[in-house]
Structures are given as structure tokens and as C-alpha cells.
Design a protein around this ligand. Structure first.
Ligand code: UDP
Length: 286
């Protein structure tokens, strides 16, 4: 079978695809520096293959999960979609490259409709407490780490950097509730139904900056747990302050985040307290 022929599904799979939301990808910044080829292979080749399969099936509508990491250390905030782009590590470079690939694909074949969603910092969980994030090994991201300290799986949270030019010296990010983020994808899918949207990029954030210390305090309040802290130097590659301009998404996608930091921490804690070891048994995750 040729490579292209393998893109066609067996005849018993008689389905039509209207659009694709492409969330898949490796996302650990540190790991990407140690294993760049793994990241380029998985994220880039995976996306190229997906685009080829979509084209083979005549499906040319895509929503792709990009990241605010493409803004690097922004010179100012809020970050608008027109800001200059850069990558500080192989993970970021895969996001940047996939954005470029999508622009090229659209340039070559203008009947493609593509939305590049730049995620800021997704946190929280489904309010039911049944669906949440369950990273393998030591969490890279702040919120899963805080959660694992709160349930007693780790002794303390290390705060990377307390000498930033911010409200309390810790880094500032735009945390967005995963349910708001999910709604942003529905809005993007609806946008793909409009004529000639081309290849467009939208920030999915709240437009509000919250410091690392502020989110720790909000989580302590939501959980009633004390989070022991260890101070450490800045994490290489981290930016000082990153938050989104939400104007374009509000105007063109008619979408705006509804939830605040307290909602995010409440739902994160609801998930964590019901599932302290995520989806696995107590010894399966570390
Ligand atoms: N952070 C921290 N301790 C951790 C993980 C993250 O202090 O164990 C800080 C990190 O330095 C940054 C913020 O939390 O200022 C958000 O980091 P995260 O990795 O969650 O997202 P990023 O914005 O880096 O993609």
C-alpha cells in the first residue's frame, strides 16, 4: 500500500468529517530541550500527516491548538495576535512551525479554513470533578504541581523566581478555565462555517494577569490546604508577564472567558480531592 493509499479508511468506516480540532502534541518544555527530535517528529510530522489525511478526505477545516509560548518574552502586554513571534525551546518551535505550515497550506490552497488558537494557561477541571488533568511523572506546569502538593503527593511547591518586576516578584500569567477554553473551540468551529475566513489566529485567554503567588493563595483558599513553598531562581526560558489581548476573539469569535481564578481553583480542587491520584491507582503515576 502506498503512503497516500493508507490515508483512506476501510469502507466499513463510512463517516464524513466536517472539521478537525487538532489538540494532540507533546508539551513539556524541559523534555523538548532534551529530546528535540522526539518533539519535531511527533508534533511536526504528526501534524503534516494529519493535514495530508484531511486533504485526502476533502476535509479542509482545522482548529489547531497553538500556544502563547510563541510570544516569547513579550515587550509589552497584553499580547495581541500581531506581536512578533519567537521560540525559546523546541516545544515552542514546533508550535511556531506548525503555525507557519498552516499559513503555507492555506496560501497554496485557499479553500482551507484554519484557526490557530493560542492558548494561554489552561487550568481548572470539569465542574463535575470527573474530568481533569493527570500528568505523568513530575508536573511541569504550576497548577498540577500545586494540586499534588495539596493532596499530599509532594512536600512543597518550588516558586521559580521572586525578583520579577511584578506585583509581588513572581511571574504573571493569564490563567484560563478549561471549560472556557472548550467553549472557545466551539466558537472557532462556528467561525469555520463562515465564508473565506482563511488562516486566522486568535488568543484564547482571559485578558487578566495573575501572579504565581496570587494563584497559590487562591488555591489555598479554595482547598483549605496550606501549600508549603520553596523559593528558587528563575526557570530558564520563562517570561516575566504574559497575558492576552482578548479583543480579536471577542470581536470575531463572539467569545469571552466567563470564569475567574476562584472558579478555576474551586474546580481544580474538586477534581483533585475526588481523584488525588488522577485516573490511576495511588502507585501508578510517579
Ligand atoms: N512555576 C513555578 N513553579 C512550578 C511550575 C511553574 O513557580 O513548579 C511558575 C513558572 O515559573 C511560571 C508560572 O508558574 O512563572 C507558569 O508556569 P507554567 O509552566 O504553568 O506555564 P508557562 O506559562 O510557563 O507555560
Amino acid at each position: 500500500m502506498t503512503r497516500e493509499a493508507s490515508y483512506f479508511l476501510p469502507s466499513y468506516f463510512d463517516a464524513q468529517f466536517d472539521a478537525v480540532i487538532h489538540f494532540a502534541g507533546l508539551k513539556a518544555v524541559g523534555e523538548s530541550a532534551q529530546k528535540p527530535l522526539l518533539y519535531y517528529n511527533n508534533n511536526l510530522i504528526g501534524t503534516i500527516t494529519l493535514l495530508e489525511v484531511m486533504a485526502a478526505h476533502g476535509c479542509k477545516k482545522l482548529v489547531f491548538s497553538s500556544s502563547a509560548t510563541v510570544y516569547g518574552w513579550p515587550k509589552e502586554v497584553p499580547c495581541t495576535e500581531e506581536f512578533p513571534l519567537s521560540a525559546a525551546n523546541p516545544y515552542g518551535r514546533t508550535k511556531l512551525t506548525i503555525e507557519e505550515i498552516c499559513r503555507d497550506v492555506h496560501r497554496a490552497e485557499p479553500d482551507w479554513k484554519i484557526i490557530l488558537s493560542r492558548y494561554f494557561n489552561p487550568v481548572g477541571a470539569h465542574p463535575s470533578g470527573y474530568i481533569g488533568e493527570d500528568p505523568r511523572g513530575v508536573p511541569n506546569n504550576l497548577m498540577p504541581f500545586i494540586q499534588q502538593v495539596a493532596v499530599g503527593r509532594r512536600p512543597a511547591l518550588t516558586i521559580f523566581g521572586n525578583d520579577y518586576n511584578t506585583v509581588d516578584g513572581t511571574g504573571v500569567r493569564d490563567f484560563i478555565h478549561v471549560v472556557d477554553l472548550a467553549d472557545g473551540h466551539i466558537a472557532a468551529l462556528l467561525k469555520l462555517e463562515e465564508a473565506d475566513i482563511g488562516c486566522e489566529v486568535y488568543n484564547l485567554g482571559t485578558g487578566k494577569g495573575t501572579s504565581v503567588s496570587e494563584i497559590v493563595r487562591a488555591f489555598e483558599h479554595a482547598s483549605g490546604k496550606k501549600i508549603p513553598l520553596v523559593k528558587a531562581g528563575r526557570r530558564p526560558g520563562d517570561a516575566e508577564i504574559v497575558y492576552a489581548s482578548t479583543e480579536k476573539a471577542e470581536r470575531e469569535l463572539k467569545w469571552k472567558a466567563k470564569y475567574g481564578i476562584d472558579d478555576m481553583c474551586r474546580d481544580q480542587w474538586n477534581w483533585a480531592s475526588k481523584n488525588p491520584y488522577g485516573y490511576g491507582p495511588p502507585d501508578s503515576t510517579d
